[in-house]
Design a protein around this ligand. Structure first.
Ligand code: KG4
Ligand code: ZN
Length: 354
């Protein structure tokens, strides 16, 4: 099997210069543009977050998100090129998140990417958002196949078995809320700002003891997840305490909730790694920024003797560098997209091969 390094050298010698991919990510509420050399070297990764805009609504408002992408995208493209110290003519390809995500938001990125690809006569590469989250790890680590990836974000909670480059098999997924969604809903019940994940993470670390909450293990052999029962249990505990006039410490609620989420994520991931003979466990998605989850996974992986790979915090949440990293795999195979590439809000990961 070719290693990343050997293929990179081939690419460099074939082209005589590094492969510069400009990638655009607008699937939700971050407008991001990155320039990455040879799939691993981040020259720029500009992320313009809309969090302040959506905070007052307690969640992302799709129409507002699309409009803000339209207003910022050209400035972010210019900034990404400036920071990379490159001219448009230096680029090798344009990559863009094709889905899944909010259709209006995806469309803004796609139109911008197509315009650039067309004007600069460059290949266009459509990328699956979750493949981007998984291959964010390639920006900082050397990947070894087969691996299992735990993808935990605002819209997804999946255990993905990756047998070889770009061959994804979903072995478990949430049956209701995504982990990040549960974090955001519980945070809202605790009157914490959106997005709630980082606030719950912080509060959980301040608590001595957590309230007791259930764990959704589901069937013994299942790799699926369920978080909506846990979210309801949190709401019930809060309501009961309020009715008795004994409000609970938000820290204790945050710790109880976080412990319950992490217990299930860690145990199912460890079981999948062992059952599938994975060489590595890759953590991916916005919830991968969670300190508690990283610590507990690190410890469990040490016990079973499998390395845990996780991107730095800035590459866990939505960003375009991860899209460029996944696009580079397609670039090496010459898998380019047609200029009529469509936004796919429900794009499936299985079958989307790189
Ligand atoms: O991957 P991402 O940036 O966007 C999606 O593709 O969904 O993930 C955003 C999610 C939000 O639900 C946010 O609350 C959660 O990631 N998140 C966290 C943390 N940082 C972000 N959840 C738990 N702990 C964190 N430290
Ligand atoms: Zn994401």
């Amino acid at each position: 099997m070719k290693t990343t390094e050997s293929i990179e050298r081939e690419t460099v010698s074939r082209e005589g210069k590094p492969t510069y991919i400009l990638a655009i990510e607008t699937s939700c509420d971050e407008t991001s543009v990155a320039v990455v050399a040879d799939g691993t070297d981040i020259l720029s990764n500009v992320v313009s977050s809309q969090i302040e805009t959506h905070q007052r609504f307690g969640g992302v408002v799709p129409e507002v998100a699309s409009r803000q992408h339209v207003e910022t995208i050209t400035f972010i493209i210019e900034e990404a090129l400036e920071k990379a110290k490159l001219q448009p003519a230096d680029l090798s390809a344009i990559a863009v998140t094709q889905g899944p995500g909010l259709v209006g938001s995806l469309l803004v990125g796609l139109v911008a990417a197509k315009a650039l690809a067309c004007a600069l006569e460059l290949p266009l590469i459509g990328v699956h958002h979750i493949a981007g989250h998984i291959y964010a790890n390639q920006l900082v680590h050397k990947l070894e196949y087969p691996f299992v990836s735990l993808v935990v974000s605002g819209g997804h909670t999946e255990l993905v078995y990756v047998e070889s480059e770009g061959r994804f098999r979903i072995i478990g997924q949430t049956r209701d809320d995504a982990a990040g969604e549960a974090y955001d809903k519980v945070a809202r019940a605790l009157k914490l700002p959106y997005p709630g994940g980082p606030h719950i993470d912080r509060l959980a670390h301040e608590a001595e003891e957590g309230v007791t909450l259930p764990r959704a293990w589901l069937e013994p052999d299942s790799y699926d997840f369920s978080f909506s029962g846990l979210k309801s249990a949190v709401l019930a505990v809060l309501n009961q305490a309020n009715m008795k006039g004994q409000p609970l410490d938000p820290q204790a609620v945050a710790k109880g909730f976080q412990d319950s989420v992490i217990d299930v994520l860690v145990e199912k991931s460890a079981r999948a790694v062992q059952a599938f003979g994975a060489k590595q466990l890759l953590l991916a998605g916005g919830v991968a920024a969670n300190k508690g989850l990283r610590q507990r996974l690190e410890a469990r992986c040490a016990e079973i003797g499998v390395p845990l790979l996780a991107p730095p915090l800035s590459l866990c949440t939505d960003n375009a560098a991860m899209i460029a990293a996944a696009a580079f795999l397609k670039w090496r195979r010459g898998q380019f997209s047609a200029l009529d590439l469509k936004a796919e809000p429900l794009l499936k990961l299985e079958g989307w091969s790189v």
